[in-house]
Design a binder for this molecule. Structure first.
Ligand code: GLN
Length: 306
């Protein structure tokens, strides 16, 4: 397996030169596009890796399944489904999307920015700082890494330039979907996007999602299987934004990408995968990462569609 992963890193390395690092968040433009790593944790507890698997990057949208999970955990399925729907938008992750559709819960999902910002309101906590702290604690627990924390420079950069996300927050408020102070809500979202991780962290988190909410290595049940099923279904249909359909065809398992270059792949009943390469395709998904997952899926027969 390590040999397969090394081969994949070698054969996909050229994609790291073909994609482009995100630059709309200035701090992300500093990422080294040549970095490329992969980590696998199987249901037998075996761990395999290749490339720059210890490199740190910010989770960005890979935190969205954790925000969704925390909202489910704190507020229940009904409240989550009432606020944020489950249908793919077919539009970019930061699209305003409302030229031909009303902004209603039915027209957003938890994996686009609008939906994820809205879900921050369903996390419990007296202040938005408390909500974020609970989210971070939960993320650390699922990743089994108590040292996870935010990248202060990326957080400051997102906060300074994230006016589109603020605008999405104000749209939600204008349409009566959320009531809280938007600066506070988006601050929680900016902090969440800025949490640092490695491929190993993403693989560990993904492995829990692949195992009905149970940690493979400790056997601890971390959250209810019904929430796990909910998150995985949404990852399958919306996890790779408007590239989710193509990803389902080429790779065929639930996954979540982020503009930091990370992707977590959830292979139900089999394994969790973390891959990282910051050069992105035009949809904002790691170009080398998606190609690596495609080969791994083909070689190990991982598509849930058989
Ligand atoms: N922080 C980023 C943003 O809100 C996350 C987007 C992403 O990873 N696709 O724009």
């Amino acid at each position: 397996m390590n040999a397969l992963l090394n081969d994949i890193i070698k054969s996909c390395a050229h994609y790291t030169e073909e994609g482009a690092v995100a630059n709309y968040i200035p701090e992300l433009a500093k990422a080294d596009p040549s970095k490329f790593g992969i980590y696998v944790l199987t249901h037998f507890g075996q761990q395999f890796s290749a490339g720059d698997c210890n490199a740190e990057f910010t989770m960005q949208s890979v935190i969205k399944p954790l925000i969704l999970l925390m909202a489910l955990f704190d507020s229940g399925i009904q409240a989550v489904h009432d606020l944020v729907g489950v249908e793919a938008t077919g539009k970019p992750f930061d699209a305003f999307n409302y030229s031909d559709q009303a902004l209603t819960s039915a027209n957003i999902n938890p994996m686009i920015n609008t939906g994820s910002i809205a879900l921050c309101t369903l996390i419990k906590g007296d202040t938005y700082r408390d909500k974020f702290d609970r989210l971070l604690e939960f993320t650390r627990k699922i990743a089994a890494n108590p040292n996870m924390d935010i990248d202060e420079a990326v957080y400051a950069s997102e906060k300074a330039t994230g006016n589109k996300n603020r605008a999405l927050g104000y749209m939600l408020k204008a349409y009566g979907m959320i009531n809280d102070n938007i600066e506070d809500v988006v601050d929680c979202y900016f902090r969440a996007c800025s949490v640092k991780a490695t491929c190993a962290d993403l693989a560990r988190i993904a492995s829990v999602f692949s195992n009905k909410g149970k940690d493979i290595l400790t056997g601890e049940q971390l959250f209810d299987p019904k929430y796990c099923k909910y998150v995985n279904a949404i990852l399958m249909t919306c996890g790779m934004y408007d590239g989710s359909g193509e990803f389902a065809l080429r790779v065929g398992f639930p996954a979540k990408s982020g503009v930091g270059g990370g992707i977590m792949g959830v292979v139900p009943g089999k394994m969790g995968i973390g891959v990282f390469s910051p050069a992105l395709d035009c949809k904002g998904n790691s170009l080398a990462g998606v190609n690596a997952l495609e080969i791994l899926s083909r070689e190990l027969d991982l598509s849930v569609f058989l």
